[in-house]
Design a protein around this ligand. Structure first.
Ligand code: ATR
Length: 290
């Protein structure tokens, strides 16, 4: 790649950022689309977020992704916030605008695009959602905005499940999110469900762990979607498959949240064919075979 006087810079701010896959996504897209653009990670120390956003603005940086722990904190530093991101209360993408940056959330539409690409339908479905943290909140908003019939939101701490459920129900003008204690999964109604695993349990290096071990739970799942992509075959996915369900990891969600950010920064639309080429490169890098 040639870096010259016209090269535009994008990047990632977070802490830590050392294990990110985002540079591979964006630098591959820039190469494929012949854009003179480079994407780099920026490790932002605690207390330095405001300096980082102001500095990025001064340096005329085209766009930034934002990761842990700054997705809500960064909202204070922005000139504008997209209504969807404001509703979710989390921003993972900053786009250069007149007086600074405009904040977007591409995690939620990224998950939707990932699910569509796997032919997983959520509209009109009954969904089990595991977790009530930042990731689960975005999933709950997605479900509520796509007219899901019911979301059984199961979390270890039921107060957090209740808080997320009432916030999402209120903001989306629905009552489809039903909070439950994780251990109450036996009270789920009969039938088979789409289950979305949005807790951090099972994440590398704790790859042998899973939120619910009981076979009876997995009998209720026709499709299991784990937001975790490292490892690419989680214990949750293995248990879903061993009860004849279809199981997916979260790498496509990562891919599409990146693609949507890239589209916002550059005013382009990335074709499915190109998305799949980037996906193959990501899988190769992570040594994923399927
Ligand atoms: P993220 O931003 O990745 O969602 P988070 O906000 O820290 O991370 O949320 C982590 C989620 O994993 C929470 O739902 C958490 O449950 P609690 O709200 O009860 O803490 C869940 N989680 C983490 N460790 C867990 C464990 N050992 N068993 C069950 N749930 C767990």
């Amino acid at each position: 790649m040639v870096i010259n006087g016209h090269t535009r810079t994008c990047g990632l701010i977070g802490n830590p950022v050392e294990h990110t896959m985002s540079p591979l996504i964006h630098n591959t897209l820039a190469r494929m689309l012949s854009h003179n653009l480079v994407y780099v990670p920026f490790h932002v120390e605690e207390g330095k977020l405001q300096d980082a956003v102001k500095g990025a603005c001064g340096l005329n940086i085209l766009g930034l992704n934002v990761t842990v722990p700054y997705k809500s904190q960064v909202m204070r530093e922005l000139a504008q916030i997209d209504p969807l991101a404001a509703k979710i209360g989390a921003v993972n993408t900053l786009v250069r605008c007149e007086n600074g940056f405009k904040g977007y959330n591409t995690d939620m539409p990224g998950l939707y695009r990932a699910m569509c690409s796997e032919n997983i339908q959520i509209e009109g479905q009954e969904v089990i959602l595991l977790g009530a943290g930042g990731a689960a909140r975005a999933v709950a908003f997605l479900c509520a905005s796509k007219n899901v019939k019911k979301v059984y939101l199961l979390n270890r701490s039921v107060e957090k499940a209740r808080a997320v459920a009432s916030e999402v129900n209120e903001k989306c003008n629905t009552d489809c999110i039903l909070p439950m204690q994780l251990s109450d999964y036996r009270q789920l109604p009969d039938g088979k469900f789409l289950a979305i695993q949005a807790t951090s349990v099972g994440l590398y290096p704790d790859i042998d762990r899973v939120v619910i071990e009981d076979d009876a739970f997995y009998e209720k799942i026709h499709t299991g979607y784990d937001l975790i992509y490292k490892p690419s075959d989680t214990r949750f996915m293995q248990l879903v498959r061993s009860h004849k369900g279809r199981a997916y990891h979260g790498l496509k969600m990562l891919l599409y949240q990146g693609i949507i950010a890239y589209e916002l920064w550059n005013g382009v639309s990335v074709s499915e064919e190109m998305a799949m080429q980037v996906y193959e490169i990501l899988k190769q890098e992570m040594d994923i075979k399927d």
